[in-house]
Design a protein around this ligand. Structure first.
Ligand code: NOJ
Length: 756
């Protein structure tokens, strides 16, 4: 008995330690909960959209008056889409001064890629593979948003995404769980800093838990059906990494996962997240996702949906308005327990205490700070720095780039060349419209050349009102092509700026055809007829199909949607003032038929000889398309070149308790200083469950001067070799492994070892 007690005590202490609960905060939370009525508790679990902006289906007319009243009655724990010190103070004042207990609101916002100063879309930032810069970018975004009254961001989105048809690939870190995990950690740490109660830090939110990125056929909100193997090995690792990095909140997802809407998924939210991972922050539903369980055909009515959501581990109701409507009667009817409500409230209050909101509810409401910080030099320079690092050079035949700085006649052509909106990307609710530096503006800083601009074709017919409107693409007005062709004819070099309008990727923006939209391909081909010296600058939120361009256009630069400083960043790269170093975080397909396409596919029983024809049709392939992507994961060029030595392994057997060091010498063999992302992949040859053909397990960003070389070392240990196996255990299995180190996921340089 004594032994058991000691054991329980130890486990308890251990959990307390692992969760890093602050006993002082815990006792304040408990004391407050003791004073709360059931209505007040349920109020804490209710999150309202603000009265000014909307990021989901539009609420009903007349909602606002009722919401204000509920706010004053202590029936609201959080608001989203309230921003700016004035607005935040207004609602916070009601919560603090008019409610019985004066519990402050936590103010949530989609700070996805910057606030007023817009940083590159997350997919673009991920292309930098530069964890310090990504962390810094989140830090600066948090600083600017916190100065505007916000204390909680609904980011990072850590969904693994393999299907470029899904519009939200722009919001994540791409297809790889290892890269995704590292980026999740960087972003969580950037937003939250070391101390959540400091003025420039805010709570982060890992979303969408879980599987949302695997929406069938890339159609947003669609069903997700994946096995436990994919769930644990591919989907969950970045969430786990975020939880281990101390992320304070999670958001669940709209999709059902193997038949259960995530919002009510006990296995995910209670067993894995809150129990196995010891997560002690809170889970917010996605916008209306509790109510949507009725449409899923999972809940019979609103009340039933509320019951299922709470039982499933959803602590806060975003905009379904179901918890405040039904939780009390569900409790009275014995359908939910007071302990379940208390647990949710405890989690929410804990985060509010950690943010320092009880000490000073107006901690984030300082007008002077707001003025000083918004758009400050530090933040703008940070956005520019991140933007340059996010650009990927996809092709540079005959060193067409960088451009010469003098005596050139340059034609800048394309619907996105002067666009000051699209570079802002999708999540820019707080930014001024038309506030990005266009490439035309960026190019004008370089005065040694003659610059002519022609739009060529319009991409859209009218500017969408914002978040809610479908983008109307121009499909029939060719009238500008002739002038563009004339401009190209008379120029030494043509820069074509093509891609997606800013709102063409993002939530609700799935596309079945992911080529250049509208008449852009016609424009490109018409210009090519008269001048082949073309640099194609792409602005887009997802991988596009670029076969024709890859075959014909000598230089291609992937610039994504780079945010406020887009034009400066691209111009500096085009002119060689910044040597591009980005690498693709997602494979670029050759056709939609290949989707989903990703490098870390599992081995099939019919791989074909060397991934190619083995003399018959009976191998895993298409009769009309290659298996390989156009540009693979991890791919990106530089204005310099790098050579790699063979791989050295410190041992070719890994015994218990031992590590292996894998090393290569990387040399800058060109004549410009440049950065290379040295990538380590591992292949586990046979296991109790089929393993991917290779998996990223390490990378290092190294800067080298011309002629300089550096030894890059990777430590391989059991943890790195572990996976969710056939027994549902996370462990390494004995056997043969191959190590690949190189410049992208196709690298052939290899060595092997045995795990004993
Ligand atoms: C719905 C989106 O799925 C989610 O990511 C976002 O945070 C919420 N809307 C709030 O805007």
């Amino acid at each position: 008995m004594k032994k058991l007690f000691l054991f329980v005590f130890f486990v308890h202490l251990n959990n307390l330690f692992a969760q890093q609960l602050d006993p002082a905060i815990e006792s304040k939370v408990n004391a407050l909960i003791d004073q709360m009525t059931i209505e007040e508790k349920i109020g804490q679990m209710n999150q309202y959209n603000g009265f000014w902006n909307v990021t989901g289906p539009t609420p009903k007319e007349g909602d606002a008056a009722e919401k204000f009243q509920n706010l004053a009655s202590g029936l609201v724990g959080s608001m989203l889409n309230v921003r700016g010190v004035e607005e935040v103070r207004e609602v916070q004042k009601i919560a603090v001064e008019q409610t019985r207990l004066g519990i402050p609101l936590i103010i949530g916002f989609d700070l996805i890629h910057g606030y007023k100063t817009v940083s590159p879309i997350p997919l673009a930032e991920s292309a930098s593979w530069d964890l310090e810069s990504i962390k810094r970018s989140a830090e600066l975004a948090a600083k600017e948003a916190a100065a505007a009254g916000i204390n909680w961001t609904f980011a990072p989105m850590v969904d693994i995404t393999r299907d470029a048809r899904w519009g939200r690939v722009m919001e994540g870190a791409g297809e790889d769980p290892f890269l995704g995990s590292q980026i999740a950690i960087a972003r969580v740490k950037g937003f939250q800093g070391e101390d959540l109660s400091l003025p420039g830090t805010i709570a982060a939110c890992a979303k969408h838990f879980a599987g949302y990125g695997f929406a069938e056929a890339g159609r947003d909100y669609n069903t997700v059906d994946i096995g436990l193997n994919t769930l644990h090995n591919m989907v969950l690792p970045p969430f786990k990494a975020a939880a281990d990095a101390g992320v304070r909140t999670f958001m669940n997802s709209f999709n059902d996962l193997n038949g259960i809407p995530s919002t009510a998924d006990r296995y995910l939210q209670r067993d894995i997240l809150k129990k196995d991972w010891n997560f002690n922050g809170f889970v917010v539903s996605d916008w209306g996702s509790i109510r949507e369980m009725i449409d899923h055909g999972y809940a019979k009515d609103r009340k039933h949906a509320g019951e299922l959501a709470l039982k499933g581990g959803s602590d806060m109701d975003m905009e379904s308005l179901i918890y405040i409507e039904h939780l009390k009667s569900l409790l009275e009817e014995g359908k939910v327990k007071v302990s379940e409500i208390n647990d949710a409230v405890r989690r929410i209050l804990r985060v509010k205490f950690e943010l320092g909101l009880f000490e000073d509810p107006y901690r984030y409401c300082n007008e002077t700070r707001e003025q000083l910080v918004t758009g400050s030099k530090e933040i703008v320079e940070g956005a520019l720095d991140m933007a340059k690092k996010s650009i990927v050079l996809l092709k540079n035949h005959d060193k067409l780039l960088p451009l010469k700085k003098k005596d050139q006649k340059i034609a800048l052509i394309g619907p996105l060349a002067a666009d000051k909106n699209s570079p802002l990307g999708n999540w820019r609710i707080a930014a001024e419209n038309e506030s990005a530096i266009s490439l035309l503006e960026g190019m004008k800083n370089y005065k040694g050349n003659e610059l002519i601009y022609e739009q060529g074709v319009r991409l859209i017919n009218k500017i969408p009102a914002g978040f809610h409107e479908e983008v109307d693409i121009n499909e029939d007005d060719y009238s500008g092509i002739e002038a563009a062709v004339r401009a190209a004819e008379n120029s030494d070099i043509v820069i074509m700026v093509l891609g997606e309008y800013g709102f063409q990727s993002g939530e609700g923006r799935s596309r079945a055809h992911i080529d250049l939209p509208g008449l852009q391909q016609d424009l490109l081909e018409a210009v090519y007829e008269v001048n082949k010296n073309i640099v194609l600058v792409l602005m887009n939120g997802r991988p596009l199909i670029l076969n024709w361009a890859d075959e014909h256009i000598p230089a291609i630069l992937e610039s994504w949607h780079l945010g406020s400083q887009s034009g400066h960043a691209i111009a500096q790269v085009l002119y060689g003032d910044y040597n591009p170093s980005g690498k693709l975080p997602m494979s670029f397909p050759r056709s939609e038929g290949q989707l989903p396409i990703y490098y870390n596919q599992k081995s099939t029983g019919r791989p074909g000889a060397n991934g190619g024809d083995n003399g018959s049709v009976f191998w895993s392939h298409y009769g009309d398309e290659k298996n390989s992507p156009l540009y693979p994961f991890g791919f990106g060029l530089s204005y310099t070149t790098f050579s790699y030595s063979d791989i050295q392994l410190s041992n070719d057997i890994m015994n218990d308790g031992e590590d292996i060091i894998a090393s290569v010498i990387v040399k800058n063999t060109g004549n410009k200083t440049g950065k290379e992302v040295v990538q380590l992949y591992l292949k586990d040859h046979y296991a109790s469950a089929v393993r991917p053909t290779r998996e990223l397990k390490g990378f290092e960003l190294v800067e080298l001067k011309p002629g300089e070389s550096k030894k890059i070392e990777f430590k391989i240990n059991r943890q790195l070799l572990s996976f969710y196996n056939a027994l549902g255990v996370w462990e390494a299995e004995k056997g043969d492994f191959t190590v690949f180190i190189g410049t992208d996921s196709n690298t052939k340089r290899k060595a092997s070892f045995v795990l004993n």
